[in-house]
Design a protein around this ligand. Structure first.
Ligand code: AQP
Length: 333
């Protein structure tokens, strides 16, 4: 039996990177018979950077609505909010005693987010990957569908699982496998092909949000950075053209075809021709998701009911596993 765990932060609205890199994969897992899926909104992670306390609860609900709108069925998957299951934070402290500072210092996400102000960065931002390890290990998850940017954090989770097993001479935590097989595991910014599309990028023009209107999607794609060459007739011709490669990847992922087939279709054409076609597939794919999200947000009580039920189910597993960890570690329980 596989057990899947994954989550996204309610830092802002989800974008195409979150959807194509991770969420689309979550939906596919849910349909597999031998698989139990747990999907959460990781609000405790969202407070490691500047955030608005006034907006946190609603952003959390909106991310849950996005999951459901994208195809997560709360009857098939356990859907919950991270902070509603306190065992995540409790296990985090236990794992923190085994996490090495040197390894945490090498995490590229910490370096990126702390920027030049490393000395002033909060402990929460530094310890983010330990909480992520606790999110996964508290359920003894076997597989974690994520985008490529989370690979390094997953390595740390695997490391902590084996450190625990070795230190306490048990075979308790499984080694969770990252599943980085989404249709676009690394979607890049629309304005800079060397940076990933990100919720926390200052400019909204760098990303397509799941809540964007068709007009806004069109505007962002029209303004997306490209080069002046036409599209090549083979994929090799996109080497060194990060922005062009990104748009071709988006077209392929949104229309469920191979990048090679996109190239065949548009070989020799300028971006002036390609971009309107990309706008069409993006709008066609995203509009039903946006509409469903809006419907769900009009009925927040229903979302909240799903989340309460999900948290109860998640807690049953998390509480039992935490007790076992405490027992192994010698606590008086
Ligand atoms: N650009 C991306 N391409 C592919 N996958 C991506 N993911 C994020 N960006 C891309 C995947 O989405 C999931 C949710 O990530 P998260 O909410 O935990 O935050 P993140 O990875 O840090 O993503 P963001 O959007 O850049 O958020 P902020 O700016 O708030 O940090 C993960 O599976 C991630 O791999």
């Amino acid at each position: 039996m596989k057990r899947i765990l994954s989550g996204m932060q309610p830092t802002s609205q989800l974008h195409l990177g979150n959807y194509l890199g991770a969420l689309k994969n979550w939906v596919a897992f849910q349909e597999q018979a031998d698989t139990q899926c747990l999907y959460c909104v990781v609000d405790l992670h969202a407070i490691t950077v500047d955030y608005s306390p006034k907006q946190l609860a609603n952003s959390t609900r909106e991310i849950a609505a996005a999951y459901i709108a994208a195809g997560i069925d709360p009857k098939k998957s356990t859907l919950f909010v991270q902070s509603h299951v306190p065992e995540h934070s409790q296990l985090m402290w236990l794992l923190a005693t085994m996490a090495q500072m040197g390894k945490l210092e090498r995490m590229t996400q910490f370096k990126d987010k702390a920027g030049k102000n490393k000395e002033r960065a909060g402990l929460g931002l530094f310890a983010y990957p330990v909480l992520m390890a606790a999110d996964i290990l508290i359920y003894k998850a076997t597989h974690v569908p994520v985008g490529e940017d989370q690979k390094q954090h997953l390595e740390l989770t695997r490391d902590l699982a084996s450190t625990f097993n070795t230190r306490y001479d048990v075979d308790f935590f499984p080694q969770p496998d990252p599943v980085i097989t989404g249709p676009a595991p690394r979607v890049m910014s629309l304005r800079d092909g060397s940076r990933k599309m990100s919720k926390s990028d200052d400019s909204d023009m760098t990303r397509i949000n799941l809540t964007d209107t068709p007009d806004l999607i069109a505007k962002k794609i029209k303004k997306a950075k490209t080069d002046s060459d036409p599209l090549p007739d083979n994929l090799k011709g996109l080497e060194g053209r990060a922005e062009a490669m990104n748009l071709v990847t988006l077209y392929a992922a949104l229309s469920d075809i191979k990048k090679e087939d996109v190239i065949k279709k548009f070989a020799g054409q300028q971006f002036g021709k390609f971009k309107p076609a990309l706008i069409d597939v993006a709008v066609e794919h995203l509009t039903p998701i946006t509409e469903r999200m809006n419907e769900l947000m009009d009925n927040p009580d229903q979302i909240d009911r799903f989340l309460v039920e999900g948290a109860n189910n998640a807690r049953t597993i998390a509480n039992e596993n935490l007790r076992q960890v405490q027992k192994i570690m010698g606590f008086f329980i």
